[in-house]
Design a protein around this ligand. Structure first.
Ligand code: PLP
Length: 468
């Protein structure tokens, strides 16, 4: 039990331990009775975490784990940042709330700061979550075309395997069958095209025969749907949760050209890639494109508080000032742009700048890539994909057939890592047999030694897992 303890529980006397274990039993019972866990089957009781610091999480038994996924790809500046807690407390003591129908200093300052990071001129609309930010993008795109004389343009095209959120529109954009099962019909107007998935190219191409057929499939979908009915294409720079699917270098530029040719807006979902995860300020900066709309969440506050934003190019915004009775964006949410969340975001971004953490994410990402390279020796490692400070390791039963490793194999690997103090993840539901990509996305402050611990634990886990 003490193998990966940080010591708090070990150092306690007997009575203290009994109290903790009494509390733990009570919490476990209440967890079973009252709490509904996200994404987890009902008989599954995840560990109860009580503390965190740096890249470590500590559970109620005092075991500590490396948070190899930075929560859900989000605690980018790492845990235990007291300056963020202080910024939150200061704002709560000054003014806890006024809605965004008004204005306030942290929101104004944050909107200006986001424009610096985006290198463009964008209007910023604040919401609570990544899903919200994408819903806002869809509504703004539809309203923009309605009030510029093209009301038939209402459809959106996204890619299979991509995840864009849990609400009915964002789920509509999501290209993962399992996420939608039992919840359909989702919002109408979403269509899907092939992902830029080179390891399993949907067009049977190899890098030397590739003509970006995956990008062309977006154009084909626009044409087949009727370009006069399509409002936007939504893409993540890299499909993250769907398996760290990294596109060919010129893919996104080609998608942008297609959008421009057909008068379709390019919406880039930076919910995970934004704020340095990709090794640049935003993921799309790696590919030299200028989106019409950028959505962001997670890393905007490193998840210290809920907040998201939809950045809309000024050209689009202009049409919302045309003066008609319904020309403004008629959308409100109570908590979006909450003053404390904005203050937290400002301090979080200040940390990224002060500590040069975007550059650090990039260099640590290169180190991680180098350490993972030898994993190709495993018969079960089919592909290793990295982008900034994230990695996807695709496990197979056979490198030639690329048959995905089954869930039991994935579970053995993930279970071993967790038992040995390392929490990593796997890609989210596409169809169960495609959930065969291990994911690593740690806080940017992770040291090389801590990366080594992840890599060596994972090496041991894959070595020990029974062949599928
Ligand atoms: N977009 C992407 C790319 C995501 O990964 C997620 C969440 O994981 C979302 C949108 C939805 O964000 P949220 O969970 O904050 O609603």
């Amino acid at each position: 039990l003490c193998r990966h303890m940080k010591g708090a529980f070990c150092n306690m006397n007997h009575t203290d331990k009994q109290t903790v274990s009494g509390e733990k039993d009570m919490l476990l019972n209440q967890d079973r009775a009252f709490l509904w866990h996200h994404m987890a089957p009902h008989n599954d009781h995840p560990a109860i975490f009580t503390e965190s610091d740096n890249v470590y999480l500590t559970d109620i038994d005092g075991n500590s784990y490396i948070d190899g996924m930075a929560g859900l790809w989000c605690v980018n500046v790492g845990h235990g940042r007291t300056s963020i807690a202080e910024a939150a407390a200061k704002q709560l003591n000054t003014m806890p709330f006024t809605p965004m129908t008004n204005s306030h200093k942290p929101a104004i300052q944050l909107a200006a700061k986001l424009n610096d990071w985006l290198d463009g001129h964008y209007r910023i609309f604040f919401s609570n979550s990544g899903s919200d930010a994408n819903e806002v993008a869809f509504k703004i795109a539809r309203q923009y075309f309605t009030q510029t004389g093209k009301p038939k343009k209402y459809k959106f095209i996204s890619r299979y395997r991509a995840y864009h959120g849990n609400s009915m529109g964002a789920l509509g954009a999501t290209g993962q069958a399992d996420r939608k099962a039992s919840y359909e019909p989702v919002a109408e107007g979403f269509r899907h095209a092939a992902p830029p998935y080179c390891y399993r190219c949907p067009f049977g191409k190899e890098p030397d025969s590739c003509s970006l057929e995956c990008a062309s499939s977006i154009e084909q979908t626009i044409v087949w749907e009727g370009a006069d009915t399509v409002a936007g294409v939504i893409v993540e720079p890299v499909i993250t949760g769907g398996g760290v699917i990294t596109p060919p270098e010129s893919y996104l530029q080609k998608v942008q050209e297609i959008c421009q040719k057909h008068d379709v807006l390019l919406i880039v979902d930076e919910v995970i890639c934004g704020f340095g995860r990709s090794g640049e300020a935003f993921g799309h900066k790696n590919f030299g494109v200028q989106p019409d709309i950028v959505t962001m969440a997670k890393g905007i506050t490193s998840a210290y508080a809920p907040l998201s934003a939809t950045a809309v190019s000024n050209d689009l915004y202009e049409s919302f000032k045309s003066g008609g009775p319904q020309s403004h964006f008629r959308h409100v949410n109570t908590f979006g742009g909450n003053p404390m969340s904005c203050a937290v975001a400002l301090e979080n971004i200040d940390i990224l700048e002060r500590e040069d953490l975007v550059a650090q994410a990039k260099s640590t990402g290169s180190y991680l890539r180098a350490q993972l390279e030898s994993f190709y020796q495993f018969p079960s490692v089919g592909d290793i994909r990295t982008f900034g400070l994230m990695a996807g390791i695709e496990l197979v039963t056979d490198k030639t057939t690329k048959e995905p490793a089954p869930p039991e194999f994935m579970q053995q690997v993930l279970g071993y890592c967790k038992q040995h103090g390392v929490m990593i993840g796997k890609n989210s539901d596409t169809v169960p047999e495609h959930n065969n990509v291990l994911t690593i996305s740690p806080p940017f402050i992770i040291s090389h030694e801590q990366i080594d611990t992840i890599v060596e634990t994972l090496r041991e886990a894959i070595t020990r897992a029974s062949p599928a």
